[in-house]
Design a protein around this ligand. Structure first.
Ligand code: NAD
Ligand code: SSN
Length: 536
């Protein structure tokens, strides 16, 4: 077990080491002018509370507002040189645990308000608003309410495990007598203690830029670990704002560090994190392709590894389903974040007896979606993250149609709204061999295929390498249990499309990854168990 001081040293060493390569390898994030103009509190991005080190030739990279009507003129970018700039000192008593420290501080209001103003522009999704009756579609459960839940959950769990503010999770787990194989009387005590894993490198995606960080940093800090976060190059601003708020709330330096990198330098930073002997754990959320590469890189130093990877969720509507309820669940699951959610329903399997009713009711609901910029008050579906997925999804839709699918609605980009928008799209008669069925879509396309028997539906749902989430709708309780246990997924939603919750274990099986986030299992990912035999 590393002492806290040693962990701090190592965390600092890691950051220094990354930073030493910074002149060539690290970049600073700078918002595009239109993005900067829409951020109500730019001081969240300027590093107040922990002054950035002077330039040092660190290059900057542009961060675009995905919802902007066009990319806009390439005017001078603001100087928001940031992070990853070396060898900071600082103390992290595990009892203090930075992220929970956000609670109850005078900064709390800003902690809630600030990133909301950054996040819709950083990644484009509309936020939840007061009196919002469309919240199930509009909401970001990666959004602020759940982030609050994640922050407060882990310290509570830690206390529940016998840890305390002072012990920092190192409370003894029920000592028990040691009895030898010969059955002789006890000759000692078996004890087990939880200890922090150590320095954790955390790599996160763009689609929920705050929640994907707090899901990792929250339990890591609660366990007494120190962290270095590398956010997506597409959404570094929310991470910077979060780090600024953490510093303002009193999280010591060296405990929650941030390294920003652009697309070209990211692999180098990732490799450093995965191969450094100082890093004891890597937790990655992102694509299966990158996750597999990081897993390979981590093998050299046998790191603890958590992988939250891609999905391709099936959504089954059985003949006994309440079709209205199924349509609501489908809307919530599919159109959250414009379909850019790892647990979004992708493959809709609908029993042939209710297919027509389901498709026509879903089409009607989809026609009510309002597509636009996330900061506009009536928007219920925002943009895709860039024009690359617009092109990829257009190609998949075109291929599906050429393979016999029919386009019930949508099917096209929306250049009049902006370069990154795609119509909410409903395809019927989709072949299970088409690429839109076989690979994660990450966009607002409902692909429907029909089935006749439960056996067939389960087989089609499981016929994929991914195993993150699946959903099904039924009014038959026996079927609910039977099908839940047969689906090869880490998460199953029954008659419900939104399944994320801070208190629930979130994660996948098969090629969707390993480990869980949220719940007490999310905390265990950052704790080692040490067995101590005390001969009495
Ligand atoms: N299972 C989950 O909980 C979960 C949650 C959110 C997103 N996802 C998945 O993430 C994907 C979308 O996110 P994305 O496009 O940001 O994924 P991505 O894999 O492209 O990027 C994720 C992160 O990895 C970094 N990265 C990319 N190449 C790297 C490399 N060679 N070394 C180190 N880091 C590298 C990126 O900069 C980013 O920070 C989807 O597949 C989605 O399903 C999964
Ligand atoms: O994109 C994946 C994470 C979203 C969620 O927590 O539901």
């Amino acid at each position: 077990m590393l002492s806290q001081a040693a962990m701090r040293g190592r965390s600092a060493a890691l950051v220094a080491c990354l930073s030493a390569r910074g002149a060539s390898g690290l970049s600073a994030a700078a918002p595009s002018p239109s993005l900067l103009a829409s951020i109500r509190d730019p001081t969240l991005l300027d590093g107040s509370g922990f002054p950035p080190r002077a330039g040092g030739g660190v290059p900057s990279f542009r961060v675009e507002d995905p919802g902007a009507p066009s990319s806009g003129p390439d005017a001078a970018v603001a100087d928001v040189r940031r992070m990853g700039e070396g060898g900071r000192r600082g103390g992290h008593r595990p009892g203090e645990r930075g992220a929970p420290g956000l609670e109850g501080r005078h900064d709390r209001a800003r902690a809630v308000v600030g990133p909301v103003e950054v996040e819709p522009t950083d990644r484009g999704e509309p936020g939840r608003r007061r009196g919002d009756h469309d919240a199930r579609v509009r909401q970001a459960p990666g959004g602020v309410a759940r982030r609050g839940g994640l922050r407060s959950l882990f310290p509570g769990l830690l206390r529940g495990r016998g840890g305390s503010a002072e012990l920092g999770g190192r409370g003894f787990l029920s000592p028990s007598p040691f009895v030898g194989d010969d059955g002789a009387s006890p000759r000692g005590r078996i004890m087990a203690v939880h200890e922090a894993v150590g320095v954790c490198a955390l790599i996160t995606p763009w689609n929920f830029p705050i929640a994907m960080i707090t899901r990792k940093v929250g339990p890591a800090l609660a366990a007494g670990c120190t962290t270095v976060v590398k956010p997506s190059e597409l959404t570094p601003l929310t991470a910077i704002a979060l780090r600024t708020l953490a510093a303002r709330a009193g999280v010591p330096e060296g405990v929650f560090e941030l390294v920003t990198a652009d697309g070209s330098t990211t692999p180098e930073v990732g490799e450093e994190m995965c191969t450094s002997p100082h890093v004891r754990k890597v937790s990655f959320t992102g694509s299966t392709r990158v996750g597999k590469e990081l897993m390979r890189q981590c093998s050299g130093t046998v790191k603890r590894l958590s992988l939250e990877l891609g999905g391709n969720a099936a959504f089954i509507v059985f003949e006994d389903a309440d079709v209205d309820q199924a349509v609501d669940a489908a809307m919530a699951s599919k159109f959250r974040n414009a379909g850019q959610t790892c647990v979004c329903a992708d493959r809709f399997l609908v029993h042939k007896d209710v297919e027509q009713e389901f498709v026509s009711k879903l089409e009607k609901k989809m026609s009510q979606l309002v597509v636009g910029h996330g900061l506009e008050s009536d928007t219920t579906m925002g943009p895709l993250i860039s024009d690359l997925p617009v092109k990829a999804i257009s190609d998949k839709v075109r291929d599906a149609l050429s393979e016999g699918a029919t386009c019930v609605s949508g099917g096209k980009p929306m250049p009049s709204v902006g370069p990154n928008y795609f119509q909410p799209t409903l395809l019927a008669n989709v072949s299970p061999d088409s690429s839109i069925w076989r690979t994660e879509t990450f966009g607002p396309v409902v692909a429907v295929s029909s089935f006749e028997t439960e056996e067939e539906a389960v087989e089609l749902a499981n016929d994929t390498a991914s195993g993150l989430a699946s959903y099904f709708c039924t009014r038959d309780m026996s079927r609910a249990f039977r099908v839940s246990s047969r689906l090869e997924n880490g998460i199953v939603g029954v008659n419900e499309g939104i399944i994320s919750n801070a208190a629930a274990p979130f994660g996948g099986v098969k090629e969707s990854g390993m480990g869980r986030e949220g719940s007490s299992m999310g905390l265990s990912e950052y704790l080692e168990t040490k067995y101590i035999f005390l001969n009495t």
